[in-house]
Design a protein around this ligand. Structure first.
Ligand code: FES
Ligand code: FES
Length: 192
C-alpha cells in the first residue's frame, strides 16, 4: 500500500503519491466506515484503487473491473454500487461503507456475517465481501424482503465456488425467510 497519511484533529488526511505524470488532482472529504477522511486524489483514480491502495481496505475485491461480477460492491450513502465503475473524485461529500465497516463497533459480526459463518455461505471468499454488502443493505431495509427480491440481489454477484445454495440459505436465515422446521409445523397437521 502506498499511503501518505497525516492526522489533523479528528480527520485523517491521505495524500496522493508524488506525480509520475501530469494529472489533475482533487481534494475530497468523505466518510469511510464512519471515519472522516480528507484526501488528495487524481482525476482518474478508481474508487476501488482509492479504497484498497490508499486506505488499505483490501476487503473490497476486484474481479472483472467492468461492473459485472459484483466483487467490488460497497455502499455509497447506504446504496450498493460497483466501486470499479466510480472515480474517487466522484465520492466527494459522500459516505462509503466497505465490508470492513459491517461488523458492530465491538467487532461482533452483523447478522448476515454470522449467518454466512453458521450456514457455510462461503468457500474461497472472493465473492463474499460484495455479497455481504449487498445482502446487508437488504437486511437493513425497513420493509420485509421477499424471496424473489433476495434472488434478484443474489444475481448481482458471481460466485464461482458455491452453487449459491448455502449463500441463499444463510441470507434466508438472516432475513427471516427460512421455512419453519418440520417439527415446528406438527401442530398444523389434520387428524390424530
Ligand atoms: S470488479 Fe467491479 S463489478 Fe467486477
Ligand atoms: S466463495 Fe469462491 S467465488 Fe464465491
Amino acid at each position: 500500500m502506498t499511503e501518505l497519511t497525516s492526522t489533523t484533529s479528528s480527520r485523517r488526511r491521505i495524500l496522493a503519491p508524488p506525480a509520475s505524470e501530469s494529472t489533475a488532482r482533487h481534494e475530497i472529504a468523505v466518510q469511510i466506515n464512519g471515519e472522516a477522511i480528507e484526501a488528495e486524489v487524481e482525476s482518474r483514480l478508481l474508487l476501488t484503487d482509492f479504497l484498497r491502495e490508499r486506505l488499505g481496505l483490501t476487503g473490497t475485491h476486484v474481479g472483472c473491473e467492468q461492473g459485472s461480477c459484483g466483487a467490488c460492491t460497497v455502499l455509497l450513502d447506504d446504496v450498493p454500487i460497483r466501486s470499479c465503475l466510480l472515480l474517487a473524485p466522484q465520492i466527494d461529500g459522500r459516505s462509503i461503507r466497505t465490508v470492513e465497516g459491517l461488523a458492530e463497533r465491538d467487532g461482533t459480526p452483523n447478522k448476515m456475517q454470522q449467518a454466512f459463518c453458521d450456514h457455510h455461505g462461503l468457500q474461497c471468499g472472493f465473492c463474499t465481501p460484495g455479497l455481504l454488502i449487498t445482502l446487508t443493505s437488504l437486511a437493513e431495509r425497513e420493509v420485509p424482503v421477499t424471496l424473489d427480491e433476495l434472488d434478484h440481489h443474489l444475481d448481482s454477484s458471481i460466485c464461482r465456488c458455491t452453487g449459491y445454495m448455502n449463500i441463499r440459505n444463510a441470507a434466508r436465515y438472516a432475513l427471516g425467510l427460512m421455512p419453519p422446521r418440520v417439527e415446528d409445523r406438527s401442530g398444523e397437521r389434520d387428524g390424530p
